[in-house]
Design a protein around this ligand. Structure first.
Ligand code: AMP
Length: 323
């Protein structure tokens, strides 16, 4: 909720539209969030003059970092496992938008650690099984934008949690609900990650095990699934001659699936995109951008910001579904 003292700024100035996109059959939410226009951008490459060295850019970025000393009014948990905090997003996309941030500066371009995956999943499981979520027919998901073309605005490591619109079913959940968990192995030719056949952008979805024997098993399995997805992202980046420091992807998680989308561009025709678009959630900062999204088409924007999917990737998977 917006706060009078200005510590939290939110205004969805019109009723969100829910659209079923022709062709992809994807559920899309389209809304205008004016606060997007005033969100600060604090990335080494974007906010520093070209004349500065990489070290100077990083220093400048760290001086402007909002997460090292987050605003007390926005801090929900100041110390989680000694290394993390939970804070509210100052310019949220919806009325429940919070973040897991590292206490000390860490780069957003670093890989997620097993413990970070474990915390993400534990938070989702807890919230999504709460009476509040069940009563409101809603679910939370988590996302991580990493790499210069991923659409991030802050360089201090942060994982975000956002509530889906009431009753909104993302395409990934539909796919995951029809398959069993398996541990992917590159040499296992019969079991492949899931692919939404209508999507035009490269992506991979893996089912998460329903329940874990203990926290150690949760951490290990989530890390294996994540590394499998990362190896796919790296392969695409390598084939496109993208250097290691430019590798960009969006990572999303819900209770029962995780997904990675390799990214080629942060924006398509001036329409900025991060993980949210790949969930089907489109927020425009003003009416012009909103109209541009409608004119270009959601599918085209997602394809332009990612890598086009190749037909040969659309083979029948182990259980008869497209993967
Ligand atoms: P991203 O754009 O994916 O890097 O996410 C960074 C998020 O940090 C954005 O959603 C911003 O709204 C949010 N943000 C920016 N400044 C602050 C701040 N001072 N406190 C809390 N959240 C912030």
């Amino acid at each position: 909720m917006p706060r009078k003292d200005g510590s939290l700024i939110y205004s969805a100035d019109q009723k969100p539209e829910i659209i079923k996109e022709d062709g992809t059959n994807m559920n899309i939410e389209l809304k205008t969030v004016k606060a997007l226009g005033i969100r600060p951008h604090n990335r080494p490459a974007a906010s520093s003059p070209e004349s500065k060295t990489d070290d100077e850019k990083l220093k400048l970025q760290q001086d402007n970092d909002p997460f090292t000393h987050p605003e007390p009014e926005l801090t929900v948990i100041g110390n989680l496992l000694d290394k993390y905090r939970i804070i509210l997003n100052k310019f949220p996309n919806s009325d429940d938008h919070f973040m897991l941030v590292t206490k000390d500066f860490a780069k957003q371009d670093s890989l997620l650690k097993p413990v970070e995956l474990q915390i993400m999943h534990a938070i989702l499981k807890n919230i999504n099984n709460s009476d509040e979520c069940k009563k409101n027919n809603t679910q939370f998901f988590a996302f991580f934008n990493s790499g210069p073309e991923s659409g991030y605005s802050q360089f201090h490591k942060h994982i975000q949690f956002l509530k889906l619109p009431r009753g909104f079913s993302p395409y990934q959940s539909g796919l995951a609900s029809t398959t069993e968990f398996f541990l992917p192995r590159e040499l296992n030719v019969n079991k492949h990650p899931l692919i939404y056949q209508n999507a035009k952008f490269k992506h991979w979805i893996l089912k998460i095990k329903d329940s874990f024997e203990d926290e150690e098993e949760r951490e290990t399995i989530l890390a294996m699934l994540y590394m499998f997805l990362i190896s796919r992202v790296l392969n695409v980046s390598k084939s496109q001659k993208i250097t290691r420091d430019k590798v960009s992807y969006n990572f999303m998680m819900m209770d029962d699936w995780m997904m990675a989308v390799p990214r080629s561009h942060a924006k398509y025709e001036d329409v900025w995109q991060n993980a949210l678009g790949y969930m089907g959630l489109f927020s425009a900062r003003d009416e012009d951008v909103r109209q541009k999204m409608l004119d270009l088409g959601f599918s085209k924007i997602l394809e332009g910001c990612g890598f086009p999917v190749e037909e040969k990737e659309k083979e029948i998977s182990y259980d008869g579904l497209w993967y």
